[in-house]
Design a protein around this ligand. Structure first.
Ligand code: C5P
Length: 221
């Protein structure tokens, strides 16, 4: 880790509906680290653009919108929060409209630059479990604690359906993996876990084992 980030970062990346949110949240609670959901940050910007009538494919206008919006990223009850001009967009972040447009917004380099800065800022103040697509590969490439959680396409589609969410995960994954700016890739030194046949506890247990091996002090866990 660079000296300016003295805190511990556990990076959890993977495609949509791979189970990484439940795992990252559970891990953070057990370790008493802050859980940072970076997907929520890209979703929040997407919601803002849709709300303001800015086309998600118009990078210039999205950038301008962000320039004139105050974004506050904080922590509440051990989890990351976001306010846009004082408004908490959380209730709107998993709407069909946001699901359908977030990958376009996330492919805009200026959006990524701004959000990555906010993501790195968390590690100035807290030990974090941060989940996303590029945390191990681009946001904190120096952290030795990198995990990539995958699951078969069938299992992932089933998980989304069970959540009752309209989400074209195949098209999102394709856009996220093929974009030019920090695409979804498996970092070279990431530990890959296929969660298709594992419970959240099963995946978290495997991660704890790996963290222990790497010498992270875990106390009684
Ligand atoms: O994790 P979640 O599915 O909520 O992420 C929503 C979208 O945000 C992803 O499909 C991707 O386009 C974008 N994203 C990203 N980089 C991250 C986290 C999310 O590009 N670190």
């Amino acid at each position: 880790m660079p000296k300016e980030h003295p805190h511990i970062v556990i990076a959890i990346d993977g495609p949509a509906a791979s189970g990484k949110s439940s795992v990252a949240r559970t891990l953070a609670r057990k370790l008493r680290y802050v859980y940072v959901n970076t997907g929520a940050m890209y979703r929040a910007v997407t919601w803002l653009a849709l709300e303001k009538g800015v086309p998600p494919l118009d990078a210039g206008r999205v950038q301008q919108l962000l320039h004139f919006t105050e974004m506050e990223c904080g922590v509440r009850d051990g989890e990351s929060t976001i306010l846009l001009d004082g408004v908490d967009p959380t209730p709107h972040l998993v709407s069909e409209a946001v699901n359908g447009n977030v990958s376009a917004i996330a492919s805009i380099p200026d959006v990524r630059r701004l959000l990555v800065k906010k993501q790195r800022a968390y590690a100035f103040d807290y030990d974090v479990v941060m989940e996303g697509r590029d945390i191990g590969s681009a946001v904190f490439p120096e952290t030795p604690y990198k995990f990539y959680i995958d699951a078969s396409a069938e299992v992932r589609a089933l998980r989304r359906a069970r959540q009752g969410l309209q989400d074209s995960i195949t098209s999102r994954d394709k856009q996220d993996s093929t974009r030019r700016a920090s695409p979804l890739i498996i970092a070279e030194d990431a530990h890959v876990i296929d969660s298709s046949n594992l419970t959240v506890e099963g995946v978290t247990g495997e991660i704890f084992g790996r963290l222990k091996q790497k010498g992270l002090p875990l106390g009684e866990l």
